[in-house]
Design a protein around this ligand. Sequence first.
Ligand code: NAP
Ligand code: ZN
Ligand code: ZN
Length: 348
Amino acid sequence: MMRTVNAFAASSATEPLGPTTIERRDPLPHDVVIEIKYAGICHSDIHHARGDWKSETYPMVPGHEIAGVVTKVGSAVTGHEVGDRVGVGCMVDSCRECVNCRAGEQQYCLNGTVLTYAGRDRDGRPTQGGYSTHIVVTEDFVLNIPEGLSPAEAAPLLCAGITTYAPLRQWNAGPGKRVAVVGLGGLGHVAVKLARAMGADVTVLSRTLKKQDDGFSLGAHDYRATEDLATFEELAGSFDLIVNTVSASVDVSAYLSLLGLDGALANVGAPPDPVSFNVFSLLGNRRSMSGSLIGGIRETQEMLDFCAEHGVGAEVEVIGAEKINEAYDRVLASDVRYRFVIDIATLA
Ligand code: NAP
Ligand code: ZN
Ligand code: ZN
């Protein structure tokens, strides 16, 4: 049995998104049915919808920053109840058996993580994401949204939050650590709040000074414009960790030169084009170049709890579904302060 629900979908890589309907399965014993309240617009939604990374399957319903309420549970569900405030991020299942799944790193499942959309579910059907009124997800991939976080400000944490939390933790952001965040967009603004809440010394590296006041309000101690090349001379060797959230290729060698001894450049931005850099910029100061993909389910819950405890939520502009295409254009123009979130009631 299937249930038809309203959604907003891309029908090709070049056409605007538009209203449609999709089918959601009736809950299996371990499934949770979620009425979606808000869905964030991640830059990855745009990369996927426009086929930036690979050729995709259409129609595609994007959305992997999902906040909603449980309306029904399968007969064997133990961790969630009707009425619970819950979230779903970038994945809805994995093999659960491989060494990475067993380590709680389901995003690196050796047998293929099931992405929330643009993926294939275990039954072989294409997955469809959060720009829809309901989603049905196996209970182990459903997160609890703690009291103290509103659903609209929590939704972006399910991707932007965990994607920046994971490398900040991996590289021990905290007191005494100098952390820079490159790109003040959806991921970047949450990274600044998280790094500040962890106790690090935080610098924003944005292209211009346009968002300087916001950078300081979000918690940064310093804010520099990277279009001013003097920035790279002045800050040479001064960071322990740089989190690069930029959606396009940047001058990696220039950012590496900003790292001190054993410093790391953690890439979370996912530009479609390859980047190149001078290896000598790694040899000096024994630097590391790394990357990170979202985060596991356990760490995602830890991040949500951390955010609730420290009052970290996304800065959101709530829009109706009819504004999704306009929002995509504004994200591409870096005209977002700092995450668009769709009010899913406008799809009903
Ligand atoms: P976003 O809101 O568009 O933010 C990206 C920021 O990068 C912009 O605000 C801008 O900051 C800067 N930027 C944009 N174009 C640039 C250019 N040509 N040169 C230099 N800087 C530029 O996007 P987002 O949602 O934060 O996502 C950022 C990237 O992370 C995307 O590629 C997305 O796919 C990827 N992502 C990866 C993961 C993961 O698991 N690794 C998860 C989610 C998203 P300034 O205006 O301040 O310079
Ligand atoms: Zn995302
Ligand atoms: Zn696995």
